[in-house]
Design a protein around this ligand. Structure first.
Ligand SMILES: Cc1ncc(COP(=O)(O)O)c(C=O)c1O
Length: 596
């Protein structure tokens, strides 16, 4: 018998209510111990039946363990049809196991009813959840587990659960919740793709909570943070006003402009000199990036910056919200040195997509995210992982209802994003054709950031976020123009919704920045940020032209005549739609590759 076929005593003991204290060596001993534990007389018919069932369950536990090991060993070498067969064979096993559990419900429920509890006790306790939840396993969407607490199995299992060694018992929804776990698995699969087994995610109740958690996870007093220039105003404020504050963590914050590894490297060299004392005293430096970044939607050369930072021994945090995994998958670089150590998303934006919920996530390597209590993996101790260091103690968890909503939104991410990216190119090119409108958008081939978009973004698509400045228009005329952009350009903050949003970053998302920081970020008082949605682009363009006629034309005669003509706009829309769809379909694997 090969090692993988030997029934594993450890796997069987793991099913025992005395898993940590048992001395049983055989199935029979485990069964006897279990009956004694629950006060069951093995000599009765009921005792014998229970014993028979329990014995088979212990053996099934050993088989499951062998199945797991065999699957791990063989899955990579199977062809696709065998993978399909493996999947469906196991899917059916899960139905058979659940069928057993469901069949157990009748005797289980009857035993409960036989307790004949008082009415007031019954109402206080509510329905006993296990009876009704078994079939919920087969709900076609993840179940919204709206509960604070969980029924647990027995004392030794819950003891393990508190050490993170028994994930079946979720203990308390602030720590783990099935709906939130389902979302975490979903985002890891999408973000890390072929490397998904190397990564783990924790969800948070906002993107800001995710950013704060990862910063508080890595940063210690007097550490140093090198940040890219254009980051979300809230993150800027958190870093500068909280982490850098001397009475808090007194973090030394340095900022680099530009998009490439050279820009980062130059900043790191200066930082090393400026903070030589801190570094000599053993303080650490970290890198914080946002790409594509607020408000211009520009792309950093994340792989090259990660490589340079890792060569210098620095860990990298990336806020990848704006691109979503549809546009960029920074964790799917073949060379791990080119991958950030932590990827953050605000689910609030395009991942959920409708602007109806607030949530965030941090994705990191398994061993940075979770190790059972007391254990060490790859030189990392359990209490250095994000779970125990931050998530477990801070409480910014994501509730089940919101997790469910994010999951539902993510299911349509690809179609929404493709459409938005096409709209972005159309609008950017439409604005750019007007001589008085300055466009900061890497969709334009002559934009300084265009080569990085081409190199790093899925089929070279632009992020659906950019800025424009309307020149030669007095401030109060600009304001009247801005105020007439509703309803096609929604007046609201945020980004990543199905509707197009226009805002003035200097007054809203980036109002936390002082004048110098605003100027360095390329944000003027009348800079308008466009977060492009899924509308018909011609509706957006028509409204923009009409609003300009209404508010600008009387003061700047001839302004509207400088827009593209209707026929040119039709042609632009046509070209962008067809061009992108052609690139999209050509980027997909061939049928032969699918079958191979
Ligand atoms: C790039 C980026 N990251 C993070 C956040 C913060 O996310 P949340 O609003 O979910 O806290 C935002 C919010 O606008 C953002 O634009």
């Amino acid at each position: 018998m090969s090692e993988t076929n030997t029934p594993s005593l450890a796997a069987m003991r793991n099913l025992s209510p005395r898993r940590n204290t048992t001395s049983a060596e055989t199935v029979d001993e485990l069964v006897t111990e279990q009956l004694v534990h629950f006060g069951i007389d093995p000599a009765t018919q009921h005792g014998r039946t229970l014993a028979s069932l329990a014995g088979r369950l212990y053996e099934a536990g050993a088989d499951m363990d062998a199945l797991w090991r065999l699957t791990q060993q063989s899955i990579h070498n199977l062809d696709r049809s065998d993978r399909i067969a493996y999947f469906n064979a196991k899917k059916f096993l899960s139905f058979q196991t659940a069928k057993l559990l469901d069949s157990l419900q009748s005797p289980f429920r009857r035993s409960y009813q036989s307790l004949q509890l008082d009415d007031s006790t019954q109402t206080a306790k509510g329905p006993y959840a296990i009876f009704d939840n078994v079939t919920a396993v087969f709900s076609a969407t993840p179940v919204i587990a709206r509960t604070a607490t969980y029924i647990y199995a027995c004392a030794e299992w819950i003891e393990d659960a508190f050490k993170g060694k028994e994930l079946l018992l979720e203990i308390y929804s602030r720590l783990l919740n099935p709906t939130s776990v389902s979302l975490a698995n979903f985002i890891v699969d999408i973000e890390a793709g072929p490397y998904a087994t190397e990564y783990f995610a924790w969800n948070f109740n906002s993107g800001m909570a995710a950013i704060d958690s990862v910063l508080s996870h890595v940063l210690g007093r007097d550490d140093i943070l090198i940040s890219s220039r254009n980051i979300y105003g809230g993150a800027h404020q958190l870093i500068h006003d909280w982490y850098a504050k001397p009475s808090n963590l007194s973090i030394g914050v340095e900022t680099f402009s530009g998009y490439g590894a050279d820009d980062f490297q130059q900043c790191w060299e200066q930082t090393k000199t400026k903070y030589a004392d801190r570094l000599a005293a053993g303080r650490n430096a970290y890198v914080y990036l946002e790409s594509p970044c607020n408000p211009h939607g520009y792309t950093l050369d994340v792989p090259a910056i990660c490589r340079a930072a890792h060569d210098a021994g620095l860990r990298v945090i990336l806020d990848a919200t704006v691109g979503t995994p549809f546009l960029m998958q920074p964790l799917q670089r073949v060379d791990p040195r080119e991958r950030p150590d932590f990827v953050i998303h605000s689910y609030t934006k395009d991942l959920s997509g409708a602007g109806s919920t607030i949530a965030g996530v941090v994705i990191g390597r398994n061993h940075d995210m979770f190790i059972p209590k007391g254990e060490t993996a790859d030189g990392v101790a359990w209490n250095e992982t994000m779970f125990w260091n931050v998530y477990y103690v801070k409480g910014a968890f994501l509730n089940a209802d919101t997790a469910f909503e994010v999951i539902q939104g993510m299911r349509t991410l690809g179609v929404r994003m493709l459409n938005k990216c096409i709209n972005t190119e159309i609008l950017a090119r439409f604005f750019d054709a007007h001589p008085h409108i300055i466009v900061h958008c890497n969709a334009l081939t002559d934009d300084e950031n265009s080569p990085l978009r081409e190199k790093l973004s899925f089929i070279g698509l632009p992020a659906p976020l950019f800025t424009i400045d309307v020149e030669g228009v007095p401030a109060e005329v600009f304001q009247r123009f801005f105020d007439s952009l509703e309803p096609m350009f929604a007046h609201m903050i945020s980004l990543g919704q199905s509707n197009t949003i226009v805002s003035c970053p200097a007054l809203t998302t980036h109002s936390e920045l002082d004048e110098a920081a605003l100027a360095a970020s390329g944000i003027g008082p009348t800079t308008m940020r466009m977060a492009i949605g899924n509308e018909d682009p011609k509706d957006l363009i028509a409204h923009f032209i009409q609003a300009a006629k209404l508010a600008i034309e009387p003061h700047v005669p001839g302004f509207t005549a400088l827009f593209l003509s209707p026929a040119e706009i039709d042609q632009l829309v046509h070209d962008c739609y067809l061009g992108t769809h052609r690139r999209y379909i050509e980027s997909k694997a061939s049928m032969a590759e699918h079958l191979g």
